[in-house]
Design a protein around this ligand. Sequence first.
Ligand code: IYR
Length: 222
Amino acid sequence: MNQKPRFISHEPLRFEEKEIISRSKELLELAQKRRSIREFSDKDIPFEVIKNVIMTASSAPSGAHKQPWTFCVVRSSEIKRQIRAAAEKEEKESYEGRMSEQWLKDLEPFGTDWRKPFLETVPWIIVVFKRAFEYENGEKHQNYYVNESVGIACGMLINAIHNAGLATLTHTPSPMNFLTKILDRPDNERPYLLLPVGHPAQEIKVPDLKRKSFEEVVKVFD
Ligand code: IYR
């Protein structure tokens, strides 16, 4: 039963300080150009790109390296239609009763409502499922730090999509269990996040948001 650790040599990245500074700045500048996009073009994206961004996400660290995620990639117009219909049904109920007054007020600057046409416009939808446990020889084996692991992978996925020059949106229709049904997922998987992926529409406007400053988000202990 006991597994001996097996270590192999690894060649980490090693740069001069000047390069470390410039590389960190480059990524920051790229990250600052990212916005959540709700208006997409129907222009296609090669499957190779989807594969690359997902495998970037799947390189994320995870509890005991269990990689507790499944990425469902949807291109089928029929499945996109079903996802849109089910998401809009839930969202309509949320906007028209389940969400608090305060929540609706907090969302006013974003101009969102229950309508999610982008779910049919985009060439691809990625639905991320977290794997709560694995079946091994008919036995249930829990995964570890599942939310943290899948959250990190999703962050890396969003960054990879942005880096490729594509647009996405973290969409969490609530409740999301219709995705389990439509995508026929097993009982060890739970929907975690839905990402429409596409080129941004020709003319887009985004809410006038400011990001918090360094001082607002950091406490330095020198
Ligand atoms: N899920 C809804 C509502 C929504 C909630 C939050 I918090 C947002 O940051 C944005 C939207 C929707 O997608 O419209």
